[in-house]
Ligand binder design. Sequence first.
Ligand code: FAD
Ligand code: NAI
Length: 463
Amino acid sequence: MSESFDVIVIGAGPGGYVCAIRAAQLGLKVACVEKRATLGGTCLNIGCIPSKALLQSSEEFDHARHALADHGVLVDSVTLDLARMQARKGEVVGANTKGVEFLFRKNKVTWLKGTGRITAPGTVEVDGTAHAAKHIVIATGSESVPLPGVAVDEKRIVTSTGALELDAVPGHLVVIGGGYIGLELGSVWRRLGAEVTVVEFLDRITPTMDGEVARNFQRILQKQGIRFRLGTKVTRAVTGDDGVTLTLEPAAGGTAETLKSDIVLLAIGRRPYVEELGLDAVGVALDERGRVKTDAHYATNVSGIYAIGDAIAGPMLAHKAEEEGVAVAELLAGKPGHVNYGAIPGVVYTWPEVASVGETEEALKQAGVAYNVGKFPFTANGRARAMGEIEGFVKLLADKATDRLLGAHIIGPDAGTLIAELVTAMEFGASAEDVARTCHAHPSLNEAVKEAALAVEGRALHI
Ligand code: FAD
Ligand code: NAI
């Protein structure tokens, strides 16, 4: 046995590295196993951070081409230096992953480099060397879901990983799946000049989102030039010299047709990645979707083994993984760790952004909960007008009897930042009236949130 620890975390994504840091802050002796050459997991290396870098850069390009003239800013010609854009993305990723390395050193977390395997409760083998731990936390994340008949080569048929690395703008990009990845990365390549077609199995995009918001979102993306084929499935992809030919069929069955594309992005969801852990041998149970089964305290069925993040149930989001990392570290240190799953925001970082927290209208109807709706459009917000960003609205759902906020949905400029106020309000159990009576700076986009809260009682002032 090489060295023994209080906690060994397997996986250094936002769930794992945050868990390791918090456990070390609480005085535990901690190691984190990571097989990738850099820390930060999917999120920092091939997920949140590189995608947001390209979203930002492509937004700047699009803004320079289509919006600056309206502001009276005339630019002679705008051209794309994709190599520089990609290099910048690499620099952003590098700074972030090195930042986690610094935090490990600062907090005295040992990085065990290599692939971790649980050989027995209390023992993690890393590339052949055994390490002892009182507690083991599985934080191995997720991978993209494959589609039969569509063989990923990360060159012509790519997952998000390949779509972040393209060295030329595709003529026609076909995206399979109208969810978070498809719409964010579809937006990047659309802005940079690609024709983009999104093929979605269901009759709507972003299935977990409030229906009204999703319909508006689709309309706005269509105005930006993205085409949608809803209620359609891809049954085959054949790669040839001139690109990829896809076979499409109506989801409900019917006549097949073909669609040509230069690049295909497969983005139909992600699934837990626990492949190399040896869970069978130690008897850790998985659920019917291959997720590690845990109780409310993140404990698996095997004593001393815990799991968090994308590897367990719940939304596959970095901040959800982080909250769970903190909670399990606190529980292991004898403190009351807890995550409020009713107040986890979700944000799609397109432009406009789409953000939500809590219940959708559809979910409330299904649960038979009586609610009031308050809505306010950005067309009536002074700051949005000044910015030239008037698309979208804020929509709040409040309990009919108590006025307690049950859900908040925003499509509009900087929605991902605006939602934070409502997450805080919901965390504190606020009513719509609490938000409505809070002073909001003028002129700010946040005033649209206040007005939507006023609208819950039918007393918005500026519409
Ligand atoms: P991961 O980040 O997947 O980290 C797991 C780590 O474990 C990996 O580094 C892996 O190498 C390592 N590992 C696995 N098995 C072993 C082993 N046996 N031994 C050693 N190491 C191992 N979420 C958001 O909230 N906001 C976003 O904007 C966002 N954008 C995204 C964009 C894309 C393109 C993708 C793909 C995802 C995005 N996500 C986003 C989701 C987010 O990345 C995940 O929810 C998050 O990374 C999950 O964190 P995690 O710690 O559970 O796992
Ligand atoms: P997703 O679950 O968001 O969307 C997948 C879409 O594909 C759904 O609309 C689904 O109906 C559709 N689909 C499923 N099977 C299909 C098929 N055979 N043919 C056509 N369409 C099909 O998954 P996605 O976009 O792959 O992203 C994975 C996860 O990563 C997200 O759910 C999210 O948790 C996370 N993520 C978060 C981001 C953020 O927070 N901004 C950004 C990117 C990813």
